[in-house]
Design a protein around this ligand. Structure first.
Ligand SMILES: [Mn+2]
Length: 495
């Protein structure tokens, strides 16, 4: 028998090819056939294996994990496909420090999706029409004992504007409330919610698809937010740009107005009906909790949310349910990479050649904390680092802390960044406070209880930590000049 060719990143077209690709790389994918319970156990296992900060210790950045024996279900579950920057770079055929530039290239050269015929859409190999109970078909993943119920948090929601026809994809957390009902948590202003409100005002349902388990490039592209992707810019065109070929869509079976990702593992078809609302915690006697949120705390249950009515489930034969556990490093990837690209683009437009790279650090869940690496080229660049930080806040409104470092600091190595913050920083002269600015609702320190000067929660003091060397003092800050050696000669292979 011929030995098959190894897969390249460019061969990845869906979750399955992504997992087969990862299996070729030591330490990137681990499988278990030990029976695992979707209630608490799967999340509890992956929390230790690979969720990463801001999940509480013990945790770490580890491999993706495939649970092949899920208690009570004939479906596998995979966690953490994107829970590592290195793995994400492998999957996109890139390098960790290059990812944001790939995203910018994809933004500049988007590729529009195409619609394929039903028989070209593996996601419709199995079609389940009502009546059904979602939780009997798909393993209901519950992360902690206090959670409001089972959540889908890797569901790629797609809908079209009922007036203009423009489309949008976004991941929104969905809590399973009943056999065919789930609540959807929309942050105010999110694009699909704009579509939903228009349909509701016209007294009509909004057809929607939720694709679960897709090419990792699609997930990465999906998490762009305005202003980089304004209303009307379909993030799937960026997913297509990343791969250099269109994402394939298919018309839904039970929702003719909706289209799903043809190569998804599972698709929930459904609609938002006018006026229908629910509380996220209706099944826990309104205990007040939702699920673990990206800043590392248990999220509060939201009330009066839009309700997604499931009208059909389609899936592949032996489907794989893709989940995110934490949220930790996987959220950092999904949220942080597009944020890095948005920041770089805006700063580069304003001050060409100055910003070297950006890293949205796990300490901020990919949203609150960005490290900007800059290069002062002349005395005239002094102060531009702070201008770059201001531009970063403009590029992404939920950003709270910016740490500025010079070009000789490794932004991905927290030790190196803390070294800069210690030896190139004086609190009283190197810190810039911008108090009372809108940040993010999920920062528990951005409240009037924490800071009496704040009138409401979700307002914070944006802060710039300038850990760059003043231009005229450069000579005092030269790092010890070791020689540059090709170390590979001195080490065993593979290390
Ligand atoms: Mn959008």
């Amino acid at each position: 028998m011929r030995v098959p060719k190894p897969l390249k990143a460019a061969d990845i077209i869906d979750l399955r090819t992504a997992l087969a690709f990862l299996a070729q790389h030591p330490g990137q994918l681990v499988s278990t056939d030990v029976e695992a319970d979707p209630y608490l156990e799967i999340a509890g296992v992956y929390k230790q294996v690979g969720a990463g900060t801001p999940v509480a210790p013990p945790t770490k950045i580890g491999p993706a994990m495939l649970f092949e024996n899920v208690k009570g279900y004939d479906m596998s579950v995979v966690a953490g496909v994107l829970a590592s920057r290195k793995r994400t770079a492998l999957l996109l055929g890139s390098a960790p420090e290059r990812l944001l530039f790939d995203l910018i290239d994809a933004l500049n050269e988007p590729v529009a999706p195409v619609v394929v015929a039903r028989d070209q859409a593996p996601c419709q190999e199995v079609v389940i029409k009502s009546p059904f109970d979602v939780s009997k078909v798909i393993p209901p993943i519950v992360s902690t004992e206090r959670d409001a119920g089972a959540f889908f948090n890797m569901g790629l929601m797609r809908a079209e504007d009922p007036e203009t026809g423009v489309s949008d994809v976004t991941i929104h957390r969905m809590c399973v409330l009943g056999p065919d009902r789930m609540s959807v948590s929309f942050t105010p202003g999110r694009h699909i919610d704009v579509f939903r409100r228009k349909a509701e005002a016209a007294g009509k349902p909004l057809p929607v698809s939720v694709s679960i388990g897709v090419d990792p490039a699609i997930y990465v592209a999906t998490s762009f937010e305005a202003p980089t992707t304004p209303l009307g810019l379909d993030e799937l065109t960026i997913g297509g740009g990343l791969r250099g070929r269109p994402v394939e869509l298919v018309e839904c079976v039970t929702q003719p107005g909706a289209k799903a990702v043809a190569h998804a593992e599972i698709v929930l078809e459904g609609e938002f009906r006018p006026g229908e609302r629910a509380d996220e915690d209706e099944n826990t006697d309104h205990a007040g909790w939702a699920m673990p949120e990206f800043p590392g705390y248990l999220g509060l249950a939201q009330r009066d949310l839009a309700v997604f009515r499931v009208t059909g489930i389609t899936h592949r034969v032996r489907p794989i349910l893709q989940i995110l556990v934490g949220p930790g490093e996987e959220h950092v990837t999904l949220s942080g990479l597009p944020t890095e690209a948005s920041i770089y683009r805006l700063v580069e437009d304003a001050i060409p050649g100055f910003l070297q790279n950006v890293y949205c650090h796990p300490g901020g869940g990919g949203k609150y904390l960005a490290i900007l690496q800059i290069k002062k080229r002349a005395w005239t660049d002094e102060g531009r680092q702070r201008q770059a930080a201001l531009a970063a806040f403009a590029a992404f409104s939920e950003l709270k802390h910016v740490i500025l470092v010079d070009e000789d600091v490794d932004i991905y190595d927290s030790n190196d960044v803390m070294w800069a913050m210690t030896t190139r920083y004086q609190g009283d002269v190197s810190t810039i406070f911008i108090p009372g600015v809108k940040c993010h609702t999920l920062d528990p320190s951005g409240t009037p209880e924490f800071n009496p000067l704040l009138r409401h929660s979700s307002i914070s003091c944006k802060t710039i930590f300038d850990c760059t060397v003043p231009w005229d003092l450069k000579d005092n800050f030269e790092r010890s000049p070791f020689i540059d050696v090709d170390v590979k000669r001195f080490l065993p292979p593979e290390s």
